[in-house]
Ligand binder design. Structure first.
Ligand code: NAP
Length: 366
């Protein structure tokens, strides 16, 4: 099967580099177009990332290093690549003003180029699915309504949620799927510096320190799960109203891997700790059933040791796509406590975006 040519917008950044690295040996997709800011545009990719290559997923391919970086703001460049058969869809990993990203992603989709985005700009657009492939794969079914409403023929926009919620969203969903209502939860996140992009947080703020604030992150953590757990009605995704979530988000001196300490309260039916472990260990979803290339074989890994999960030891589990949970125990205030961990630039960003693209291909949208 000939590989599908793809473009990466923001290809020189922390997430963009991870896309380039993870797509190097992908069985379905190959990178043929790379774009970034006007600062990088016109340079060879290898020169644009020289001295700032940070992808944990590996190196870039020689051919990608030779690509001339386009200006992501100049749609005509992507349109030419699209017309030449070098860009069937784009992954968007841009970091710029929300309004600018929103307009730009709509322009790409309007030009017939599907956009699979990591940016937050369209997460709250009612007809845009915010996908975690294991949790709400059915939300891709809103795409025909999105296209119809906007008069788009082939283009569409699908986004990923915030990276930190992915450390506990799949475990929560597995419990809900098993029939347990979750009423309330508190979560304290310990988020890696790579989550702030490159160069990110100044080293003097980060070494020997913890920063107890990440702009906008707590609001995202409290709201995004409600849309992901929602359902499609009349061409819009309607959020659920529970669980009620209270989040504390902290930046910690870890390179990759977001940790989340969660306490939750169930509805009247409460599972035992053994039942919770069984639900998580046996959880499988559509990406596993379809055996999608980027899907982890085991989406939730349960660790029994007292001192796991740990970012350095667990973030790379199953292609860095699994969520690792541990310290599963009763809670004195709510019902259950646990610690979740996932790789923020892979599971929480580029790897998750690639998995979404695989799902969308399977569903016939790309
Ligand atoms: P980053 O390292 O700062 O990279 C930003 C990218 O956007 C670079 O390629 C940069 O190009 C490009 N860019 C900046 N200004 C631009 C402009 N005016 N016009 C066109 N392109 C421009 O950021 P990141 O961490 O990769 O994040 C990228 C996106 O993913 C953000 O929306 C972020 O919120 C989201 N995200 C990040 C993570 C994570 O763990 N880091 C996780 C989930 C989601 P130059 O190199 O040419 O400046």
């Amino acid at each position: 099967m000939a590989k599908i040519p793809v473009g990466v917008l923001g290809a020189t950044g922390m997430v963009g580099q991870q896309y380039i690295a993870l797509l190097a040996n992908h069985p379905w997709f190959e990178v043929k177009y790379a774009a970034a800011s006007p600062r990088s545009a016109g340079k060879k990719y290898k020169d644009a990332v020289a001295g700032r290559w940070n992808a944990s997923g590996g190196d870039y391919q020689k051919e990608v290093g030779e690509l001339i970086v386009g200006d992501a703001n100049d749609l005509s460049q992507a349109a030419a690549a699209f017309k030449a058969g070098n860009c069937a869809f784009v992954f968007s990993a841009l970091e710029m003003g929300k309004d600018e990203i929103r307009a730009l992603e709509e322009a790409y989709a309007g030009a017939g180029i599907p956009v699979i985005s990591n940016a937050s700009a369209h997460r709250w657009t009612a007809d845009v699915p915010m996908l975690i492939a294991e949790v709400n794969p059915d939300h891709v079914d809103i795409i025909p309504a999105q296209r119809k409403k906007r008069g788009w023929d082939k283009g569409f926009i699908a986004v990923k949620p915030n990276c930190s919620i992915q450390s506990y969203m799949t475990p929560l969903y597995a419990l809900i799927k098993a029939g347990y209502e979750i009423k309330r939860l508190t979560v304290t996140t310990l988020q890696a510096v790579s989550g702030a992009g490159y160069p990110g947080v100044p080293s003097l703020d980060m070494i020997d320190n913890i920063v107890p604030y990440i702009g906008g992150e707590e609001e995202k953590s409290e709201q995004e799960p409600l849309k992901i757990l929602g359902s499609i009605k009349d061409g819009a995704i309607i959020s659920v109203t529970e669980p009620k979530i209270s989040a504390h988000c902290n930046r910690v001196p870890v390179v990759d891997g977001h940790t989340a300490c969660v306490s939750l309260e169930f509805g009247p039916k409460k599972p035992s700790i053994d039942e919770v472990k069984k639900i998580w260990t046996s959880f499988k979803s559509l990406p596993q059933e379809l055996d999608l290339p980027m899907a982890p074989k085991q989406p939730i890994i349960v660790r029994e040791e007292n001192d796991r999960p740990q970012p350095r030891k667990d973030r790379d589990a199953d292609k860095a796509m699994a969520v690792t949970v541990g310290r599963i125990r009763p809670c004195n205030v709510f019902d259950l406590r646990f610690v979740g961990l996932s790789h923020n630039t892979v599971r929480g960003a580029a790897g998750g975006g690639i998995l979404n693209a695989e799902l969308l291909k399977h569903k016939g949208y790309i």
